[in-house]
Write a protein that binds this ligand. Structure first.
Ligand code: AMP
Length: 188
């Protein structure tokens, strides 16, 4: 069996990360670990976590670092994350989460952090057009603000560790997939 591949993917809300993660799973056989999906599942199941997280998510705010670090630690301890590896989507979003991730991974070094880069004006237009019930204009604005204030420094954090690769997220779905595959292949 091939060696596990460990990746993080970054991108603003509306950058097309979800779609591209499906391609990465097909191509590299990794587990897609999306903290947003995990939280939405908890909200639907009305677990204690879901009940706590719902209002925070609806407002476009960030769920607390301690909660998030705990969820990710448990998930990364599961077998698939260790055998096939993973693409971590939506985490880390703060410097505290990036530091927790380093600690959680221990000797399991990351191969890279991919930044799927789509300009702010473009994602804003896409999000407004999408008009999902949980995407109120205020929540969209808040998520994009927090991306700049909390998550941008995390990109710099990865860049300082020579792990960041930025991929142009404008173009057709297939073009972007090709760029991502090439960027990742160069790192594994
Ligand atoms: P996403 O689908 O990744 O955009 O996540 C949806 C929502 O879940 C976010 O707007 C946050 O409220 C919450 N969330 C997901 N991942 C995290 C994280 N790593 N830290 C804090 N909140 C998160």
């Amino acid at each position: 069996m091939s060696n596990p591949i460990r990746l993080v993917i970054f991108g603003r809300q509306g950058a097309g990360k979800g779609t591209q993660c499906v391609r990465l799973v097909e191509r590299f056989g990794v587990a897609h670990i999306s903290t947003g999906d995990m939280l939405r599942a908890a909200v639907t199941a009305e677990t204690e976590l879901g009940l706590k997280a719902k209002a925070v998510m609806d407002a476009g705010n960030l769920v607390g670092d301690d909660i998030m670090n705990g969820i990710v630690r448990e998930r990364l301890d599961e077998d698939d994350a260790n055998t096939t590896g993973f693409v971590l989507d939506g985490f880390p979003r703060t410097i505290a989460q990036a530091e927790a991730l380093t600690q959680i991974l221990g000797t399991r070094a990351l191969h890279g952090a991919v930044n799927l880069d789509v300009p702010l004006e473009e994602v804003t237009a896409r999000m407004m057009a999408r008009g999902r019930a949980d995407d109120t204009p205020d929540a969209i604005t808040r998520r994009l603000e927090l991306y700049e204030s909390e998550t941008r420094p995390v990109l710099e954090w990865f860049a300082a560790r020579d792990l960041l690769v930025t991929v142009d997220g404008l173009g057709t779905e297939a073009e972007i997939t090709e760029r991502l595959f090439a960027a990742i292949a160069a790192r594994v």
